[in-house]
Write a protein that binds this ligand. Structure first.
Ligand SMILES: *Cc1c(COP(=O)(O)O)cnc(C)c1O
Length: 355
């Protein structure tokens, strides 16, 4: 086994999936397992399926193809608006996509007709986070547009919060989404099947509300993979937070002054973080860089602190630990580090647990 590598415990992912499903099922919410942080990994998708998810979602067509070709054979949803230029590819791989643009819906409809199939559109509405979605006032017109296009089916409506501005999914916003579903139905005489309330940031609300209203679907990635919720990055009680570990090798250990010297300008990635203390410290370098992880979202082993990171060097204060060159250290990645580690061609992936 070579470093750097991500070690994945598939059983932890299955357990997290099962725990979340068991808590959400009683209030009528089903789960779409989102695999984008793992680039549509078929192994991770299979672990989610073993935990009971009925559908998978990913934000990229390439990842959906991976899931289709080697995944567990569940229905697939594209959880980002399709690129108009990829409409044909999208209808070929995903049964459902999240949408907010009439021109894209038109391209999807044409592509679906070409294939002699129907593609289902889940219409996204903007509820304050200021990422994707149409204004609530435009939702009915967009739904009407879907209903009038041969080749399209209206799967439902949804929203996404807490990703761009940190706007929190709460009872008021979920009530508004439910009301919008009722209104589309009443105005257009159609049935809204899916009301997709959001991502892992919705769990605080979902696991405590007595009134889910019409919300019957959540699209969950981070909480299943890392056992954390994105609003305050706290671990969720009862979930495992150890499904992913990032292992990397120490390439230098030296005693160095605690403070740099000379005329200090910017470092490789902007102003350097202030170093604390005086005298000298024991400093280690690990062969891991910003291409592989995010220093602000990487938990080092106990007794070790992260001092900084450039493209290829992770600098640590190891004064309180015995660390030697050639030794491997294990870090716990947060979401941002997980995405980079899974994306980096320099980091290999090792899977353990039931396949
Ligand atoms: C990434 C994403 C999700 C999943 O988010 P998590 O925080 O990982 O649960 C859900 N919906 C959309 C639209 C997304 O882009």
């Amino acid at each position: 086994m070579t470093a750097p590598r991500v070690e994945v415990d598939l059983d932890a992912i299955t357990a997290n999936t099962r725990t979340l499903l068991d808590r959400l099922a009683p209030i009528g919410i089903r789960v779409t397992g989102v695999t984008k942080a793992a680039l549509g990994s078929p192994d991770i998708a299979a672990a989610m399926e073993a935990g009971g998810v009925a559908a998978l979602g990913d934000s990229r067509v390439d990842n959906l193809r991976r899931l289709r070709d080697d995944g567990p054979g569940l229905p697939l949803t594209l959880v980002r608006s399709p690129m108009r230029s990829q409409a044909a590819a999208v209808v070929g791989v995903a049964g459902v996509s999240l949408n907010s643009e009439a021109v894209v819906l038109g391209a999807l409809a044409a592509a679906a007709r070409d294939r002699g199939i129907h593609h289902a559109a889940l219409l996204m509405v903007e509820l304050g986070d200021l990422r994707e979605g149409v204004p609530a006032a435009d939702l009915i017109d967009l739904a009407r547009h879907v209903l009038t296009q041969p080749g399209l089916r209206l799967a439902g409506i949804g929203t996404n919060l807490a990703c761009q501005a940190g706007a929190t999914p709460d009872q008021a916003k979920m009530d508004e989404l439910s009301l919008l579903a009722d209104r589309v139905e009443a105005t257009l005489g159609t049935h809204i099947e899916i009301v997709s309330g959001g991502n892992s940031a919705n769990l605080d609300w979902a696991l405590s509300t007595g009134d889910p209203g019409r919300v019957n679907d959540l699209r969950l990635g981070e909480s299943i993979l890392l056992g954390t919720e994105p609003l305050r990055r706290r671990s969720i009680a009862g979930l495992r937070t150890d499904a992913f570990e990032l292992v990397a090798e120490v390439i230098e250990v030296q005693t160095k002054p605690a403070q740099p010297w000379g005329d200090i300008a910017q470092a490789a990635f902007g102003p350097a973080a202030k170093r604390m203390g005086t005298g000298s410290i024991r400093q280690a370098i690990v062969a891991l860089g910003r291409q592989d992880a995010d220093p602000a979202d990487l938990m080092p082993p106990t007794g070790i602190t992260v001092l900084g990171m450039s493209s290829d060097h992770l600098v640590l204060d190891v004064s309180d630990r015995d660390v030697e060159v050639g030794q491997e250290l294990t870090f716990q990645p947060g979401y941002s580090s997980l995405v980079r580690a899974m994306t980096s061609p320099y980091v290999s992936q090792i899977f353990a647990g039931r396949r």
